[in-house]
Write a protein that binds this ligand. Structure first.
Ligand SMILES: [Zn+2]
Length: 451
């Protein structure tokens, strides 16, 4: 049976146009019409003249299990932070991952995110059902989901960073990855679940696993994701061990192309920026995490100008402590301008504008994730919409609404629609009890912290 939903807003931002007193009509999970003024009837209506409607936000990098380990090593570098956390993560099981994913996804949805990836790479030996818990939770909460079957295989005893207790055998990584693709990957348009192949980083897997993972992904037509050029420690590691810069290593291993996106991409030289753009490879910029770990500043403006796909990510909440993509829009905008100012540019405030920043969080993220059916409010695209209030104390009276929502990021969304279904209404999550999710994550955080 056909189901229609009419979303009315004071301003509709399609990703391209801004329509005052606009509306979006959805039919069976897709956008059927966009207009202004008189609207057609529908089975259900969201009437929000006090809101701005934007394309549902896309989270291009995350580690949802980390919701159970927030606030550790608050002043460490990436490698110090990882060394402090690996032994804690070694205690992960499906139950903790489920509680963490419920928290992470609830928070993402409540803040206007409708499509998210999750890069899960910790699979302690003998703990079954972790990947399945992530997929189940996304279905339960109504989030469009691209789970990454991540991996670590290069333990300390072989010169890697993680302790041997958290790494897996490469044969079983590849076999399990293939099993998860066969079980959960849905390549069809409008898909609610697509699996990604994602070895963790150059310092936690072997070059052989990177190569084999790329071959596996390409055999099945699924996308590839990994961390790259996040810190100078990583660059030193790659030069010492492989005599290659991180991106050069990726080129050697077949890890470039339009089916690949990297998290971070901070320490890139001019040639590398151009080569990433030429290859149509994506970068998930995670400004809060990069600032939290003092990792550096992504060259967002240069990457965008070069024509690379650039999206935004909240990154794992152990290095962000939150999952609010509107805050990342704000951080990306401020950080791009700060970088330009530090480089001595007089026009630093033009390095990234509000509309450009919203584009990163919507269409840019969708491009990283390979979704030409998401990221804008256009007829025929997935009906994924976020609405933010502009009559609250923080925004009431702001002259330029889209700029206002980037400069003063909203604490939460007023309504969120995923696949034509209302998931958040009146600022409340309809698919889970937020207070219960908070109690569950407190218990899971206590249980994983026990010595
Ligand atoms: Zn990450």
């Amino acid at each position: 049976m056909t189901h229609t939903l009419l979303i009315r807003a004071g301003l509709v931002y399609t990703g391209d146009r801004e329509i005052e007193s606009g509306w979006v009509l959805t039919r069976d999970g897709l956008i059927a019409e966009v207009g202004s003024g008189d609207a057609p009837p529908a089975d259900d209506v969201i009437g929000a003249p006090n809101c701005v409607a934007v394309p549902g936000l896309v989270n291009a990098h995350d580690h949802m299990y980390q919701w159970a380990t927030r606030g550790y090593a608050p002043d460490g570098t990436l490698f110090e932070w990882l060394r402090a956390l690996y032994p804690v993560w070694a205690r992960l099981d499906a139950e903790i991952v489920r509680a963490a994913a419920r928290a992470a996804m609830s928070r993402l949805l409540l803040c206007g995110c409708t499509l998210s990836t999750d890069h899960h790479y910790v699979f302690p030996r003998g703990r079954e059902g972790i990947f399945e818990a992530l997929v189940d939770t996304a279905r339960e909460l109504g989030l469009r989901f691209h789970p990454c079957r991540g991996s670590m295989s290069l333990g300390e005893s072989k010169g890697g960073l993680p302790p041997d207790s958290v790494v897996e055998e490469e044969d079983s990584i590849l076999a399990d990855t293939e099993a998860m693709i066969k079980r959960f990957h849905d390549p069809s348009p409008g898909s609610m679940c697509r699996v990604v192949v994602a070895p963790c980083s150059p310092f936690s897997v072997t070059p052989e696993l990177m190569r084999d993972s790329a071959a596996l992904a390409r055999r099945h037509g699924v996308r590839l994701h990994t961390h790259l050029a996040e810190t100078m420690d990583e660059e030193r590691f790659c030069i010492e061990r492989f005599n290659r810069r991180p991106f050069e290593l990726m080129e050697d291993l077949g890890w470039t192309g339009d089916d690949v996106w990297y998290a971070h991409g901070i320490h890139l030289n001019d040639t590398e920026v151009d080569r990433i753009a030429e290859a149509n490879t994506g970068i998930a910029h995670c400004p809060s995490s990069n600032m939290r770990l003092g990792a550096g500043i992504c060259r967002v403006e240069d990457l965008v100008h070069a024509g690379a796909r650039v999206g935004l990510g909240v990154d794992g909440s152990a290095s962000n402590e939150d999952a609010n993509l509107a805050v990342e829009v704000h951080q990306a905008l401020y950080l791009a301008r700060t970088r330009a100012a530090v480089l001595g540019r007089a026009d630093a405030p033009t390095a990234l504008d509000a509309r450009g920043a919203w584009r990163l969080a919507t269409a840019g993220g969708a491009q990283c994730l390979g979704r030409d059916d998401c990221g804008t409010l256009e007829v025929g695209k997935c009906a994924d919409v976020a609405l933010f209030r502009v009559d609250d104390l923080a925004h009431s009276g702001v002259a330029d609404l889209l700029a206002g929502l980037a400069l003063a990021p909203p604490a939460r969304a007023e309504a969120v629609v995923v696949n034509g279904k209302v998931v958040v209404r009146d600022g409340r999550l309809l698919t889970a009890d937020e207070d219960e999710v908070a109690r569950e994550i407190a218990a899971a955080s206590r249980s994983i912290s026990r010595a």
